[in-house]
Design a protein around this ligand. Sequence first.
Ligand SMILES: Nc1ncnc2c1ncn2[C@@H]1O[C@H](COP(=O)(O)OP(=O)(O)OP(=O)(O)O)[C@@H](O)[C@H]1O
Ligand SMILES: [Mg+2]
Length: 475
Amino acid sequence: MSEAKSHRPTAASSLSARLLVLTVFFVMLAEFLIYTPSIARYRKVYLEEMIATAHLAILALEATPDGMVSEELERELLFHAGAYGIMLWQSDRKMLVLSEAMPPEVDVTFDLRQGTFLMWIGDAFRALVQDENRVLRVIGISPKDPMAAIEVVFDETPMREAMYDYSGRILNLSIVISLFTAGLVYVSLQWLLVRPMRRITASMVNFRADPEDERRVIVPSTRADEIGIAQRELADMQKDLRAALRQKTRLATLGAAVAKINHDLRNSLSTAVLVSDRLADIDDPEVKAVTPRLYDAMDRAVNLCSQILNYVQDPALRLRPTYFHLHELVAEVGAVMRDPEGLGLGGGAPDRLEWHNAVAFELDVDADRQQLFRVLSNLGQNARQAGAGKVTVSARKEGDSVLIDVADDGPGISSKAREGLFKPFAGSERAGGTGLGLVIARDIMRAHGGDISLAGTGDTGTTFRLQLPVRGRAR
Ligand SMILES: Nc1ncnc2c1ncn2[C@@H]1O[C@H](COP(=O)(O)OP(=O)(O)OP(=O)(O)O)[C@@H](O)[C@H]1O
Ligand SMILES: [Mg+2]
């Protein structure tokens, strides 16, 4: 149970919480991207409205014959326009001026008739980030009369406050939109993805605790999306795994039984060998004729039992790697191979086997010497049993590997034997063969981090290639 808990992410690290935060972030980012041009636009409209109001205020001067009004009316007009001074030029007429007696000094001038959009954005942000009350002079064409240019002088603070108000409204709206969107994303993810994912992980954890319990296999839903596929694949995988486990248990039991039978069989055979020794003493020509064949048959049977026992009892190889001259090892194998009585070979082996050692003297390898001996002698025996007269062993370094080729001049491997090659008990074509020699050789090579492969076979012979990784000191 505690294990099941550890497979549950904390609220903050869960997929939906992360997506919630990301959604809020992305919506806010999008809102900011929208806000930038809109605040610039807002400021521009504000200034244009100032121009329109100023134009309206200055129209009062046109009604008078000399373009002058009383000082009191002038102040009133300026107050309503929110400006210190207004000026109007008309191409065909005179210039009109409405101004306070002592207008303040102008800090910045903006000309609405020119400027790019980027400049407007820059001006808007500059207005927002400073808190000094600048006096602005804005020049623009009146929206009511394209022939009239207006210049108006006023304080920046009311405009900045209006811009702050506007920004505040946008910010509030953004927060509401992002929380709303993120909430929706969270709920739909929770429903569509996270809950079914949790079911899958819980099933995995549950299954691992007891794979043989049939009830722990996930019941897949009928969803057509990726989650549905994952559930169905998981259900299939769990079923296959359970079947494989059951098979493995059965095989293990079988293996143990075979080992026991073999053991007893070998003991009985040994007793038979001992007893049959007495046969040699009987002075009967017929007995003398059959005794060697009897010995031979029993030898082969004991050999077979021993090999099967070794294979069944020793599934995991323990290597004792050393650093040695490969040439010497190949020579030792050759010495045993040349001896026709060597290694208790079965019948059918030719009396002489030419063993050609083509390995360079200076080539060293890092491997378990005894196990590599086993591999080479298994290959040698196979060649000999197949009827080869000559075996050539050569080796070379290639990249990070030492490649050892064992080539014979035998009749080649039949296609039937090739199919079962490297499969336990399946590859043997030979009477008395167990079909384990190459399996053992492959196990040994793989335990070294290398491999064995059939490099070629045909009428003129067979070549097996051993690959050994070069480790540390090998040259
Ligand atoms: N060099 C070879 N030339 C021809 N056939 C070969 C050669 N090496 C292997 N074979 C074929 O492959 C089969 C499998 O070889 P393997 O060494 O795995 O088993 P085996 O020799 O039959 O039995 P074991 O080695 O366990 O006594 C052999 O029976 C033989 O038919
Ligand atoms: Mg063999």
